[in-house]
Design a protein around this ligand. Sequence first.
Ligand SMILES: [Zn+2]
Length: 116
Amino acid sequence: MAFKWLSDFHQEMEKPPDYAEKTLAAYKLGMKAGGSIAGVRIQVDERCCQAAQALPAGAVYHPDEAPRLPLAECPLGRKCRCVYRPVMGYEGEQGGRGAGERRPGVAGGKGAEGEG
Ligand SMILES: [Zn+2]
Protein backbone atom coordinates (compact mmCIF):
# COMPACT_ATOMS: atom_id res chain seq x y z
CA MET A 1 0.00 0.00 0.00
CA ALA A 2 1.41 3.31 -0.97
CA PHE A 3 0.55 6.42 0.92
CA LYS A 4 2.77 8.57 -1.13
CA TRP A 5 -0.14 10.78 -2.05
CA LEU A 6 -0.39 11.85 1.54
CA SER A 7 2.96 13.51 1.54
CA ASP A 8 2.62 14.70 -2.00
CA PHE A 9 -0.67 16.38 -1.48
CA HIS A 10 0.49 19.66 -0.04
CA GLN A 11 3.28 19.97 -2.51
CA GLU A 12 0.87 19.66 -5.36
CA MET A 13 -1.19 22.60 -4.32
CA GLU A 14 -1.70 25.06 -7.08
CA LYS A 15 -1.38 28.73 -6.55
CA PRO A 16 -4.52 30.69 -7.17
CA PRO A 17 -4.30 32.78 -10.34
CA ASP A 18 -4.09 35.94 -8.29
CA TYR A 19 -1.53 34.61 -5.83
CA ALA A 20 1.08 37.20 -6.72
CA GLU A 21 -1.31 40.13 -6.80
CA LYS A 22 -2.99 39.28 -3.54
CA THR A 23 0.14 38.44 -1.65
CA LEU A 24 2.06 41.45 -2.81
CA ALA A 25 -0.89 43.71 -2.12
CA ALA A 26 -1.04 42.39 1.41
CA TYR A 27 2.64 43.08 1.96
CA LYS A 28 2.23 46.54 0.56
CA LEU A 29 -0.52 47.22 3.03
CA GLY A 30 1.75 45.99 5.77
CA MET A 31 4.38 48.46 4.67
CA LYS A 32 1.98 51.37 4.39
CA ALA A 33 0.54 50.71 7.80
CA GLY A 34 3.92 51.41 9.26
CA GLY A 35 4.33 47.78 10.11
CA SER A 36 7.58 45.97 10.28
CA ILE A 37 7.47 44.71 6.72
CA ALA A 38 10.36 46.14 4.79
CA GLY A 39 9.83 44.29 1.54
CA VAL A 40 9.35 40.92 0.00
CA ARG A 41 11.71 38.18 -0.93
CA ILE A 42 11.20 35.01 -2.88
CA GLN A 43 11.72 31.73 -1.15
CA VAL A 44 12.85 29.33 -3.79
CA ASP A 45 12.24 25.67 -3.40
CA GLU A 46 15.39 23.84 -4.29
CA ARG A 47 13.47 21.32 -6.33
CA CYS A 48 11.60 23.95 -8.20
CA CYS A 49 12.43 25.63 -11.44
CA GLN A 50 15.82 26.80 -12.60
CA ALA A 51 14.28 30.15 -13.39
CA ALA A 52 13.61 30.81 -9.74
CA GLN A 53 16.98 29.53 -8.66
CA ALA A 54 18.57 31.96 -11.05
CA LEU A 55 17.13 34.84 -9.07
CA PRO A 56 19.63 36.61 -6.87
CA ALA A 57 19.64 34.88 -3.53
CA GLY A 58 18.41 36.97 -0.68
CA ALA A 59 17.21 39.78 -2.88
CA VAL A 60 14.60 41.99 -1.28
CA TYR A 61 12.03 43.58 -3.53
CA HIS A 62 9.42 46.22 -3.20
CA PRO A 63 6.07 44.53 -3.75
CA ASP A 64 5.57 46.61 -6.88
CA GLU A 65 8.83 45.41 -8.34
CA ALA A 66 8.95 41.80 -7.26
CA PRO A 67 8.90 39.19 -10.01
CA ARG A 68 5.46 37.67 -10.31
CA LEU A 69 5.09 34.11 -9.11
CA PRO A 70 4.84 31.70 -10.67
CA LEU A 71 7.64 32.87 -12.87
CA ALA A 72 6.83 32.92 -16.55
CA GLU A 73 9.69 30.49 -17.19
CA CYS A 74 8.60 28.03 -14.54
CA PRO A 75 7.71 24.69 -16.09
CA LEU A 76 5.50 23.90 -13.12
CA GLY A 77 3.27 26.87 -13.77
CA ARG A 78 0.84 27.38 -10.93
CA LYS A 79 2.29 24.40 -9.15
CA CYS A 80 5.48 26.31 -8.76
CA ARG A 81 6.66 25.89 -5.22
CA CYS A 82 8.35 29.21 -4.90
CA VAL A 83 6.60 31.53 -2.51
CA TYR A 84 6.80 35.08 -1.31
CA ARG A 85 8.01 35.80 2.17
CA PRO A 86 7.74 39.08 3.95
CA VAL A 87 10.99 40.69 4.97
CA MET A 88 10.85 42.28 8.36
CA GLY A 89 12.54 45.59 8.91
CA TYR A 90 15.14 44.28 11.26
CA GLU A 91 16.18 41.67 8.71
CA GLY A 92 17.03 44.22 6.09
CA GLU A 93 19.98 45.73 7.83
CA GLN A 94 22.59 43.51 6.35
CA GLY A 95 23.53 45.95 3.63
CA GLY A 96 25.72 48.47 5.39
CA ARG A 97 25.45 52.06 4.27
CA GLY A 98 29.07 52.86 4.80
CA ALA A 99 29.06 53.19 8.52
CA GLY A 100 32.36 51.65 9.36
CA GLU A 101 32.62 52.80 12.89
CA ARG A 102 34.65 50.58 15.11
CA ARG A 103 34.97 50.83 18.79
CA PRO A 104 38.15 49.89 20.50
CA GLY A 105 37.72 46.70 22.42
CA VAL A 106 36.59 46.99 25.97
CA ALA A 107 39.60 46.87 28.15
CA GLY A 108 39.83 44.30 30.88
CA GLY A 109 37.19 41.70 30.34
CA LYS A 110 37.52 39.37 33.27
CA GLY A 111 35.17 39.99 36.11
CA ALA A 112 34.56 36.42 36.97
CA GLU A 113 35.20 35.11 40.40
CA GLY A 114 37.99 32.66 40.47
CA GLU A 115 37.20 29.27 41.78
CA GLY A 116 38.84 28.55 44.96
ZN1 LIG B 1 9.09 27.62 -9.90
